[in-house]
Design a protein around this ligand. Structure first.
Ligand SMILES: NC(=O)NCCC(=O)O
Ligand SMILES: [Zn+2]
Length: 563
C-alpha cells in the first residue's frame, strides 16, 4: 500500500508552558515504525510574531531531524497587513497551501469571527485551504471559570468545560463563515458525533468542507476523564476532548468509511507525566495533547478494516491518498506509480500486536491506546482477567494505588502491522526491524490551487455573481422631514438614525422599544416586538383616556370599559 500521510502533528511544539516530547526525530521514527511515511506539522507563531520567521524556525528544527518527508501548515494566530503579506509569500515561495485558524484558546491563539472571515478570504485568494480548530473559545473560558470556582480542578473539568455542542457550534459557524467568501474549509480533529454530522450535512448541501477525525477519536473515548488515576485521566487531555459517549469512535469510523469524513491525522502532541502535572491543581493548565503518530494506521485498520466497515482501498484513501489530493501533492504522494515517490508499505494483516508505552517507539511515557484500566476495590475480591480470545496477548500491570484500589492495564490489540516500510526508496522497516536515518526526510512543498479542492470552487464562484438589480435612480425626497435622533445610531455608531430605531413623539420623549435595527430601507424591522419585559407599552407616555367603550366588539358587548 501507499505509505501513510499523517495530516496533523505537533512535534517538539512549545505549548502551554511545556514542549512536546516527541521531537522531529523521535516522532518521525515512530511514524515510520507504524507505516506513516510523511507527516504534516504545524508552524504556530506567537501573537505578533512574523509568520515567515516562525516558518523558518520550524524548518530549522525539522530539517536536521526528520526521518521521513514532511510538509508544514502555518497557523494564523493574529491578523494584520504583514500577516496577509506573509501568507502570500509563504504560498508563493515556500510551498505552504494550508493555514490553520483557532476558534479556541481565548487570549492566546483564538481569532474572532471577523478575523476568521478575513483569514478565510485570504486563503481563498491564495488558493489555499483554510483549516480550523473548531471550538467556541469564549464559552469554554466562562465554563472553566465556573468549574474552577465550583471546586472542579481535575481532568474531568477539561471535558465538562468543552461539551460536544461547543464543538458542533463552532463547526457550523466556521462552515458558515467560509461559505461567505467561497473558501474551502478543512475541520481538524473532529472529535464528536454532532460535529461530524454537521460536516456530513453541509457536504450533502454542497459545501466544500473536509473533516479529519484522528486516531484518538477513532480509537478511544472520553470516559477516561473520570478515571480515578489523575495521570491516566490527564493523559487523555486534548482539545477538543474525547467524548464520553462510547458510540463516538464507531460513528466517526462509519462516516469515514462512507466519505462523510475524508482524511485522518493524529494531532500527535505528547507530554510526559511531569509535564502534564503542570495542571495537577487546575485542569486548564494541563498541556493539551496525546499520541497517535505511530499507532494511527494500526488503529484505523483494526477499527475500520477488521470490523468490515471499510475495505483496504478505502483504508489507503483515508490514511494517504485523500490527504495527498487535498494538499496538492498527488500523485507524488498517496499513490504507487512510476514517477511517484517510493513511499510504500507492505502490510501483514495476520500478525497481532498489543499497543503499549513499554514497546512503542515514541518518547512519551504514556499511550492512550493502552488505557483500558479497571478499578476494583480490594473488598470486592480478586480480579480474574477474562481473556476473550486465545490469541489475545494481554499485558497486565498491577499497581497498588491505595489501600482501596487496584488498577489493571491492557493495551489495544491490533491485527496487522507493516513488515516493510519504504520511504522515498529507502527501506526503513525491514521485517519489522526499524532502520531509520536522522535528517534523511525531505521538506515537501504543497503548491496552492489544488485541483481536487479548487476546481469546483472556482466554477461555483463564477456562477455565484451577486444578482445586482439595475434600476432608475430614486428621484424622491431624501432625509428631510424625518426626525433624527440626537443619540448615536445603534447600528452605525454615528449621529442620527434611520426612523424606527428610536421613535420620537411630538412631546419630545424618545421611545426605546425597538431592539432590532431597521430594515435596509430604514423601515421598522418586523421581526421586532414592542413587548417589554417590564410591562411598559409603546404608548405609555401618551395622554390616556380612562377607558374606551367599544359599542359592538367582536364576541359581544361588555358591560364596562376594559382598557
Ligand atoms: N489538540 C491539542 O490538544 N493539542 C495540540 C494543539 C491543538 O491542536 O489544539
Ligand atoms: Zn493540533
Amino acid at each position: 500500500m501507499s505509505g501513510g500521510i499523517d495530516t496533523h502533528t505537533h512535534l517538539q511544539m512549545p505549548f502551554m508552558g511545556a514542549c512536546s516530547v516527541d521531537d522531529f526525530y523521535q516522532g518521525t521514527k515512530a511514524a515510520l515504525a507504524g507505516g506513516t511515511t510523511m507527516i504534516m506539522d504545524f508552524v504556530i507563531p506567537e501573537k505578533g510574531e512574523s509568520l515567515l520567521e516562525a516558518y523558518k524556525k520550524w524548518r530549522s528544527w525539522a530539517d536536521e531531524k526528520v526521518c521521513c518527508d514532511y510538509a508544514l501548515h502555518v497557523a494564523v494566530t493574529w491578523l494584520g497587513p504583514s500577516v496577509m503579506e506573509e501568507m502570500g509569500e509563504l504560498s508563493a515561495n515556500e510551498g505552504v497551501n494550508s493555514y490553520k485558524m483557532f476558534m479556541a484558546y481565548k487570549g492566546a491563539l483564538q481569532l474572532d469571527d471577523t478575523e476568521l472571515y478575513h483569514a478565510f478570504q485570504k486563503c481563498r485568494d491564495l488558493g489555499a485551504i483554510a483549516m480550523v480548530h473548531a471550538e467556541n473559545g469564549d464559552i469554554i473560558a466562562e465554563n472553566q471559570k465556573k468549574l474552577l470556582a465550583g471546586g472542579i480542578t481535575g481532568p474531568e473539568g477539561h471535558l465538562l468545560s468543552r461539551p460536544e455542542e461547543v464543538e458542533a457550534e463552532a463547526v457550523n459557524r466556521a462552515i458558515t463563515i467560509a461559505n461567505q467568501v467561497n473558501c474551502p474549509l478543512y475541520i481538524v480533529h473532529v472529535m464528536s458525533k454532532s460535529a461530524a454530522d454537521i460536516i456530513v450535512q453541509k457536504r450533502n448541501d454542497g459545501y466544500l468542507v473536509f473533516g479529519e477525525p484522528i486516531a484518538a477519536s477513532l480509537g478511544t473515548d472520553g470516559t477516561h476523564y473520570f478515571n480515578k488515576c489523575w495521570r491516566h485521566a490527564a493523559g487523555h487531555v486534548l482539545s477538543p476532548p474525547l467524548r464520553p459517549d462510547p458510540s463516538t469512535p464507531g460513528h466517526l469510523m462509519d462516516l469515514l468509511a462512507a466519505d462523510g469524513l475524508q482524511v485522518t491525522g493524529t494531532d500527535n502532541c505528547t507530554f510526559n507525566s511531569n509535564q502534564k502535572a503542570l495542571g495537577k491543581d487546575d485542569f486548564t493548565k494541563i498541556p493539551n495533547g496525546v499520541n497517535g503518530i505511530e499507532d494511527r494506521m494500526a488503529v484505523i485498520w483494526e477499527k475500520g478494516v477488521v470490523t468490515g466497515k471499510m475495505d483496504p482501498c478505502r483504508f489507503v484513501a483515508v490514511t494517504s491518498t485523500n490527504a495527498a489530493k487535498i494538499f496538492n501533492i498527488f500523485p507524488q504522494k498517496g499513490r504507487i506509480a512510476v514517477g511517484s515517490d517510493a513511499d510504500v508499505i507492505v502490510w501483514n494483516p495476520n500478525v497481532t500486536r498489543t499497543i503499549s508505552a513499554q514497546t512503542h517507539h515514541q518518547a512519551v511515557d504514556f499511550n492512550i491506546f493502552e488505557a483500558n484500566f479497571f478499578f476494583f476495590s480490594c473488598v470486592m475480591g480478586i480480579y480474574r482477567p477474562n481473556a476473550t480470545s486465545a490469541r489475545r496477548q494481554v499485558i497486565f500491570w498491577l499497581f497498588k494505588l491505595s489501600n482501596q484500589c487496584i488498577v489493571l492495564m491492557q493495551g489495544m490489540e491490533c491485527h496487522g502491522m507493516p513488515m516493510y516500510v519504504i520511504a522515498r526508496g529507502r527501506i526503513v522497516v525491514d521485517e519489522g526491524e526499524l532502520r531509520v536515518c536522522q535528517g534523511s526526510g525531505q521538506y515537501v512543498p504543497t503548491p496552492p490551487m489544488a485541483p481536487y479542492v479548487y476546481m469546483t470552487m472556482r466554477e461555483r464562484e463564477r456562477q455565484r455573481v451577486p444578482p445586482k438589480v439595475e434600476r432608475e435612480a430614486y428621484e424622491g425626497p431624501t432625509g428631510d422631514g424625518i426626525h433624527m435622533s440626537p443619540r448615536k445610531d445603534y447600528m452605525n455608531g454615528h449621529q442620527g438614525s434611520a426612523k424606527g430605531l428610536h421613535e420620537q413623539h411630538e412631546n419630545g420623549n424618545e421611545q426605546h422599544f425597538y431592539t432590532r435595527g431597521p430594515t435596509q430601507s430604514g423601515g421598522r424591522n418586523l421581526q421586532d416586538s414592542t413587548f417589554s419585559i417590564s410591562g411598559a407599552q409603546i404608548d405609555d407616555n401618551l395622554p390616556r383616556r380612562s377607558g374606551i367603550r367599544v359599542h359592538n366588539p367582536p364576541g359581544g358587548k361588555a358591560s364596562g370599559s376594559f382598557w
